[in-house]
Write a new protein. Structure first.
Length: 566
């Protein structure tokens, strides 16, 4: 039973919470009034979470281009009940990679027993109870977050201060995950990154993170889909619509629509390159700068490959047409997607950007070479020193394995081209004259060049080497390990345990300086040169940060850019 004092205390607390909620700022977006969910007292940032930027992509909008919200929601919303992520799917080979990487890091990769690893994975999958889907999972997932410094927001909404204020620079995060996994909140708070942007005494940057559809829901492609009125690369349209939303609405939060920088890693970086080359550069873009990190995508140009994936998906869904798939239950669609991606060949994800003749007229490397891209973009681009141990089949132990794997990994490749690939471009020379000393390392190099690092070379050349290029080399420098440095939370935090603080501070300094000024350099940071004619990149290592020669400038990348493999 409550005493009068305890009742008063509880009532006071409830009144405080209600008053606090009412005091949080609101933004009128036209179709809804959205209220911040919190003010972070330490960082002094407002968090506007789960802002809808598109109608639910269900029914006729499933496998279709996203559509802007319509109408007017008269209730104030704050997104607190909408912790949404798009349906996810993971390939089963990831379980084998998880067993292999520790062996690789210990220097015992040659002792890895692939057959045993497969058996262990099968036993685990057979004995493990069916995993419950993340409760946030929903096809209605096209939302974004805006995190804005209180000072920036307050100034923008003070008519006496905003008159001569053009607005703050904006950093837009596009997550990675093989185009089948990921969500806008996967890497935690951006508050320390925002804090880094204020180190020079400025008000800093605004941070935006967006969701986009994944797997079959975002990247179903091929002639049958297009004939039925769907669009290939629906997820790229999601991203484009979200970026346009930022350009149209960010001024309401204090941002400058003419100072938008995209940043993304892996599939996020690959998405950015596809945004720069969207429609062959004929329709312009709504951003001014870009930071693709380890831009990743496999070449999916063949209509046959796209159509085959679509028909396999329909079969798993137990339907015959795209129209039937649009009418299927969400649970059934999510299950079919998970089954298909789960069975992906080693190192692949089934789905990703495809050449559709519209949004993606050709592979980005070809579009960059032809000058068919948005040229009014300033670029900072990076890759990691060891991108591909997680994506390369660890069973490769002979030259014959290399040839067999190459023929299966690049659908449509001819025997003649495959012979050139393995005999000339990546010869079986393990003497130390090459960048590899074993068949497995040779396969690492092929995967790295074809799906990761050469994608950085293409964009550097397209912009006449007037770009800032870097290589993340902090050991072991595997794919994705730089993301923790991008979202470094500061010393003494569990999320940043094990990171090298001076490197993280410099890395965040380069990112935020670039977002603010179009140049990563700033006070207290090691000089970061533009790439230029000498093919210079910034080596970001555990013990030094200094300019080096960019090793992506080579004959191998020049060959891959020609797309002779299909």
């Amino acid at each position: 039973m409550y005493t009068p004092i305890s009742y008063f205390a509880v009532a006071s607390l409830l009144c405080y919470q209600a008053a606090h909620a009412q005091s949080l700022p609101q933004v009128d977006l036209g179709y809804e009034i959205h209220q911040a969910i919190e003010l972070n007292e330490t960082a002094q940032t407002y968090n506007f979470t789960n802002i809808r930027f598109a109608q639910p992509p269900v029914g006729k909008l499933r496998f279709a281009a996203p559509v802007k919200p319509e109408g007017r929601n008269t209730e104030v919303v704050n997104g607190s009940t909408l912790g949404r992520i798009c349906p996810q799917a993971a390939p089963a080979w990831g379980g084998i990679a998880a067993q292999f990487i520790p062996e690789y890091l210990n220097g015992t990769a040659s002792e890895f027993n692939y057959t045993q690893a497969v058996q262990l994975l099968q036993l685990y999958l057979a004995s493990a109870p069916p995993s419950q889907p993340d409760p946030r999972t929903s096809e209605d997932c096209l939302f974004l977050d805006v995190v804005v410094p209180k000072k920036i927001f307050d100034n923008a909404n003070n008519r006496h201060r905003r008159r001569n204020n053009a607005g703050a620079p904006v950093l837009v995060w596009i997550y990675g995950g093989g185009y089948t996994l990921g969500n806008k909140n996967a890497y935690g708070s951006p508050n320390h990154l925002i804090n880094a942007s204020q180190a020079d005494g400025s008000d800093g940057i605004i941070y935006v993170a967006l969701n986009y559809r994944l797997g079959a829901l975002g990247f179903l492609g091929g002639p049958s889909l297009q004939a039925a009125g769907g669009v290939s690369n629906a997820a790229l349209y999601d991203q484009r619509l979200a970026i346009e939303w930022v350009a149209e609405n960010i001024h309401l939060f204090g941002g400058d629509p003419n100072r938008i920088t995209l940043i993304g890693e892996s599939a996020g970086g690959g998405s950015i390159e596809h945004q720069i080359t969207a429609f062959g550069g004929q329709q312009g873009v709504s951003f001014q700068q870009a930071i693709p990190q380890s831009p990743a995508f496999g070449p999916i140009a063949s209509n046959f490959f796209q159509e085959n994936a679509t028909q396999n998906f329909l079969a798993l869904l137990n339907v015959s047409t795209i129209e039937e798939a649009q009418n299927a239950s969400s649970a059934a669609v999510i299950r079919a997607n998970a089954l298909q991606v789960g069975a992906a060949p080693y190192g692949t994800f089934v789905y990703g950007p495809t050449v559709d003749g519209v949004f993606v007229p050709s592979l980005p490397g070809q579009l960059f070479a032809r000058g068919q891209f948005a040229k009014n973009v300033t670029v900072m681009v990076g890759h990691n020193a060891h991108e591909t141990p997680s994506f390369t089949p660890p069973y490769i132990s002979s030259d014959a394995d290399i040839k067999t794997w190459a023929l299966s990994n690049f659908p449509g490749i001819s025997d003649t081209v495959a012979d050139y690939l393995v005999d000339v471009l990546y010869p079986a020379d393990y003497s130390g004259s090459q960048t590899y000393t074993s068949p497995l390392e040779r396969a690492f190099r092929i995967v790295s060049d074809s799906a990761f690092v050469c994608n950085t070379n293409y964009i550097n050349k397209a912009f006449n080497n007037q770009t800032w290029a870097y290589e993340f080399q902090v050991p072991p420098a595997l794919h994705g390990q730089d993301v923790a440095y991008t979202f470094y939370q500061g010393t003494g935090t569990n999320l940043s345990a094990g990171l090298i603080a001076p490197v993280a501070d410099a890395f965040q300094g380069y990112i935020t300086n670039f977002a603010k000024n179009g140049n990563p350099n700033g006070p207290g940071l090691p000089f970061f040169p533009i790439q230029g004619s000498n093919a210079t990149m910034q080596g970001i290592n555990a013990t030094y940060i200094q300019p080096q020669t960019d090793d992506t400038v080579n004959a191998r990348c020049a060959w891959w850019q020609q797309a002779l493999f299909y």
